[in-house]
Design a protein around this ligand. Structure first.
Ligand SMILES: NC(=O)c1ccc[n+]([C@@H]2O[C@H](COP(=O)([O-])OP(=O)(O)OC[C@H]3O[C@@H](n4cnc5c(N)ncnc54)[C@H](O)[C@@H]3O)[C@@H](O)[C@H]2O)c1
Length: 277
């Protein structure tokens, strides 16, 4: 039986949780910079009845993205994309965060958008961090949304002297993801496909555990203790949202970012997480 193909970039906990929810009856091509991570997730999923193949790929390289897509197309039409690859503020320097989370995501959405099947759907993972930064100007938002991907990293606002630290770089990258999804969803729409974004709060995964153990560990622990949910989230709860976005029940949702953070952002603006003046 010929199958539709789903691309999963980022063989982490969030990516796997989403892929398990919607990946039945699909060939799942799993790309990750760490081939070990891709192989591990591929084995777990194959042992659970899915049909996956691991591939080494680097989200920060257009060439690598194109080669992943061309590999995926050998199996059939690409009808789904899950982009859950990324690096966090404690894992990488500013340049890497911008190159992977901001530029790489922009290229992936653009390139998959050129081949996505009619009726297809994609989801990318940004972060609540994109909601923490004060509003940018309408012009800055538009630049993040529409600047050709190859010129993004030359924007003034993304130059090292204009970025305070890795957290600021991450916030900018995740804000860019939201804007990029809006602009790209218009193009995906011309092919009869949809594209959305999920902005999670703290979800327990290896990436988040690096944050708990990093220099901002107390900040993160305080964040989930004082958010309305009073706990961090799980990758499976993110998959609940992705399932809606990627299924026919989400047919009227495209170009959206859905925040799933246990209320941490609400508390940051209007509750006990509000920064003291
Ligand atoms: N866990 C959280 O609390 C949280 C919160 C908000 C947003 N996010 C976002 O969710 C996404 C997935 O994170 P996760 O928590 O599942 O992390 P994870 O560490 O479980 O998975 C991330 C995966 O991305 C891969 N990766 C890193 N750089 C790459 C590159 N250049 N090319 C290809 N693959 C690369 C890593 O090898 C890893 O397997 C990330 O974009 C992250 O920013 C996570």
């Amino acid at each position: 039986m010929k199958k539709d193909v789903m691309i999963l970039t980022g063989a982490g906990q969030i990516g796997m949780a989403i892929a398990r929810r919607i990946g039945f009856e699909k060939k799942i091509v799993i790309g990750d910079k760490s081939i070990e991570n891709a192989q591990t997730i591929s084995k777990i999923m194959n042992d659970a009845g899915f049909d996956t193949i691991p591939i080494e790929m680097d989200l920060s390289s257009r060439e690598s993205i194109l080669s992943l897509i061309s590999e995926a197309r050998k199996y059939g039409e690409i009808s789904a994309l899950i982009n859950a690859a990324g690096v966090s503020p404690s894992q990488a320097p500013i340049e890497t965060i911008l190159r992977v989370d901001l530029y790489g995501t922009a290229v992936l959405l653009e390139e998959v958008g050129k081949v996505i099947a009619t009726g297809g759907a994609g989801v990318t993972i940004s972060s609540q961090s994109g909601f923490r930064m004060p509003a940018l100007t309408p012009k800055q938002d538009e630049l993040l949304a529409t600047t050709p991907a190859e010129e993004l990293l030359s924007l003034d606002m993304l130059q090292p002297e204009n970025i305070r630290d890795t957290l600021h770089a991450y916030q900018l990258a995740k804000r860019c993801n939201e804007k990029r999804v809006m602009a790209e969803s218009v193009k995906w729409g011309t092919r009869g496909a949809r594209l959305n974004d999920i902005a999670p709060g703290i979800i327990v995964t290896p990436l988040a555990i690096d944050e708990f153990n990093g220099i901002r560990g107390d900040f993160y622990k305080n964040m989930f203790a004082k958010c309305p949910a009073g706990r961090p989230g799980t990758a499976d709860e993110v998959a609940n949202v992705a399932e809606l976005l990627m299924s026919p029940a989400g047919a009227f949702i495209t170009g959206s970012t859905i925040l799933i953070d246990g209320g941490a952002t609400a508390s940051y603006y209007y509750g006990p997480l509000k920064p003291q003046e």
